[in-house]
Write a protein that binds this ligand. Structure first.
Ligand code: DGP
Length: 120
């Protein structure tokens, strides 16, 4: 399903997509952008986001399932580019109670240190 691309002028990740806020971009595709997290929690910490403004991964999957798949494909490209191989953690904080602070869907890709389980 395809719907019109949406953006939110008050969203910091939309501003990064628009090039209005600087970020260290590591990968870009038609539907996604990957850049290093401002507050890294591991030696490698990349955020992979849809260009479309949607609140979370569930909303992306509902609005444009093809773009959710494209996001996961971008995660794998980022992992390979950054030398993570097959050892990384993928996190979608979804909802404030789960630690989501930016209401624009994003995948955290973390690697480069031992990652404990269960997560905090
Ligand atoms: P979360 O708490 O799951 O919503 O993660 C949001 C992440 O976004 C958090 O790890 C910090 C990061 N972040 C917030 N603002 C910026 C920004 O302006 N630039 C970059 N590169 N990262 C940001």
């Amino acid at each position: 399903m395809m719907t019109a691309m949406t953006t939110d002028p008050d969203c910091v990740f939309c501003s990064i997509v628009a090039g209005e806020v600087p970020a260290e971009v590591v990968h870009s595709s038609d539907h996604s952008l990957a850049f290093r997290d401002l507050d890294p929690q591991a030696p490698t910490h990349v955020l992979v986001i849809p260009r479309r403004h949607v609140a979370d991964i569930g909303a992306l999957t509902a609005a444009a399932p093809d773009e959710a798949v494209a996001l996961l494909a971008a995660v794998q490209v980022v992992a390979e580019l950054d030398g993570m191989g097959n050892a990384y953690r993928l996190v979608f904080n979804t909802g404030a109670a789960a630690g989501q602070s930016v209401p624009h869907a994003h995948a955290h890709v973390l690697a480069g240190r031992d990652l404990g389980w269960p997560p905090g």
